[in-house]
Design a protein around this ligand. Structure first.
Ligand code: KIV
Ligand code: ZN
Length: 520
């Protein structure tokens, strides 16, 4: 940590608060990849997960801790010894470990563990002390701080500071606060709490009223020096503060927000795309900083202005966030070296085997599509539905469709080690293909979301399909891209089922997953 009072630490919780949002589950490998990207981008603290939640969470946090380079690796723990010990077991492998323990302090949250105010205060003292005996970097959060009575908040913050917490995080758990309040609360805590000037205050905002970014920046104005956020604002309900928004706001408006972060902003676009793909939560086109339209200037007046001078309508340059121009990439005669170099420019470094596999798929795409754009390549490289690592793999599909129902699908699907074949009918080709999968792999999953979007423009554009399914409370999301929408739909469905199978293994009857909302 630095003595520079203008330095704001970026605490990323994409892998904890973001990943716990229903449907955003990531695989072990995906979590490691995202953690590596966050570390490379210059995130100061990575909240890698909630180790007591499941064996999978524990393994991911431990592995991320072992692989960490510069970032502090943090794990979440409720206010009890078992959670804190488990958290320490996972984060202790990091060069710089941190335990983050919390308890709900508002009247609404105090009612759940059925503790009196005094009993809760004692619990905070005991658990922070316990965490501090294990790890010299402890963060404490009064969950729902913004709805906690001022006197009680001040009292418990002082207890946590005395017990050894060096970071006090002030969560706006339900996205209730407003910028003026956010700034004032932090300012008062620093000024009025004993020891308040010796610790870092953090802000952790949810976006229920669309004010998460504004509230986080206001908290910084009030004296907070750590912002908790996620890539793309991923998170439950309306999400968390978006990392890219607070970082770029401080960079672009340094005149009124003279703060710095350690983030290499040119890495933002790549990590945003990866998080969107692995979480299955796409980015809305008009999302600030990372939306597809964020730097598009379509109207005639805008284009004219942009041609004369880019700053007419642009307050930041696309390259500042790592956005490269959407050039036509290569023809179908381009070789592996050109593909490797183009992918490197887009932020993807592939091993030889991965490149060979991708090259075959690239050639197939170039045969079907006149022009292959950067976005096509990104869709190809991130196409989770086409990997053969899952329990299920699509081998062959033929659909018969026309104006007369029913439509039918012939499908060959690898299930485990063997190929199986089925023909099924349905209300449309996608329904028929899904029914064929269900005939070969019976399951109770309900379709929650089916979404198709075009990767680029033109009649031969690839479609990216996202499918979200639910079975016994487990939610899984799959994605795939193809020039054929039915093929993309089928692969996305199979990808979602593969993820569901992993979740079933993780959360079988003897391995119940714990949520941070369960009172510990
Ligand atoms: O929103 C919240 O209160 C949280 C805590 C666990 C910090 O995520
Ligand atoms: Zn939260």
């Amino acid at each position: 940590m630095t003595t520079d009072t203008t330095r704001v630490y970026i605490f990323d919780t994409t892998l904890r608060d973001g990943e716990q949002s229903p449907g955003a589950t990531m695989s072990h490998e995906e979590k490691l990849e995202i953690a590596g990207l966050l570390d490379d981008m210059g995130v100061d603290i990575i909240e890698a997960g909630f180790p007591i939640a499941s064996e999978g969470d524990f393994a991911a946090v431990s592995e991320i801790a072992k692989n960490s380079k510069n970032a502090v690796i943090c794990g979440l723990a409720r206010a009890n010894v078992k959670d804190i010990d488990r958290c320490w077991e996972a984060v202790k492998h990091a060069a710089q470990p941190r335990i983050h323990t919390f308890i709900g302090t508002s009247p609404q949250h105090r009612a759940i563990p059925n503790l009196t105010m005094d009993e809760m205060a004692d619990r905070i003292h005991d658990t922070v002390t316990h965490a501090r005996n294990l790890c010299d970097n402890v963060q404490w959060s009064p969950m729902d701080a913004t709805r906690t009575e001022w006197d009680y908040l001040k009292r418990v913050v002082e207890i946590a500071i005395k017990a050894g917490a060096s970071t006090i995080n002030i969560p706006d758990t339900v996205g209730y606060t407003a910028p003026v309040e956010s700034a004032e609360l932090i300012r008062r805590l620093i000024a009025e709490c004993e020891g308040g000037e010796d610790v870092i205050f953090a802000t952790h905002c949810h976006n229920d009223l669309g004010m998460a970014t504004a509230n986080s920046l206001a908290a910084v104005a009030g004296g907070a020096r750590q912002i908790e956020c996620t890539i793309n604002g991923l998170g439950e309900r309306a999400g968390n503060t978006a990392l890219e928004e607070v970082v770029m706001a401080m960079k672009v408006r340094g005149d009124i927000m003279p703060f710095s972060t350690g983030i290499d902003t040119t890495k933002i676009m790549h990590i945003s795309r990866r998080v969107a793909t692995v979480s299955g939560f796409g980015v809305q086109p008009n999302k600030a900083i990372v939306g597809k339209n964020a730097f598009a200037h379509e109207s005639g007046i805008h284009q004219d202005g942009m041609l004369k001078s880019a700053d007419t309508f642009e307050i930041m340059r696309p390259e500042d966030v790592g956005l490269t121009e959407t050039n036509i990439v290569m023809g179908k005669h381009s070789g592996r070296a050109a593909l490797r170099s183009k992918l490197k420019n887009l932020g993807f470094e592939l091993g030889d085997n991965q490149l060979n596999d991708l090259f075959v798929r690239y050639k197939a795409l170039a045969d079907r599509k006149k022009e292959v754009f950067d976005d096509d390549l990104i869709a190809l490289v991130t196409d989770a539905g086409s990997d053969g690592d899952g329990h299920l793999e699509v081998k062959f599909l033929r659909v018969i469709c026309g104006t007369e129902a029913p439509q039918s699908a012939d499908l060959t699907l690898r299930v485990g080690d063997a190929d199986h074949q089925a023909t099924a009918q349905g209300d449309g080709p996608v329904d028929a293909a899904f029914n064929a999968v269900n005939a070969l792999f019976p399951n109770k999953a309900q379709l929650q979301l089916y979404q198709v979007s075009a990767v680029t423009e033109g009649m031969d554009a690839q479609a990216t399909v996202t499918v979200r399914i639910e079975e016994d409370g487990r939610i899984a999301t799959g994605q795939s891209a193809d020039t054929d929408t039915v093929v993309a739909s089928l692969k996305a469905y199979v990808n979602a089922l593969n993820r569901l199978i992993v979740r079933r293994e993780k959360t079988g009857s003897d391995a119940k997953e714990v949520s941070y909302k369960d009172v510990g």
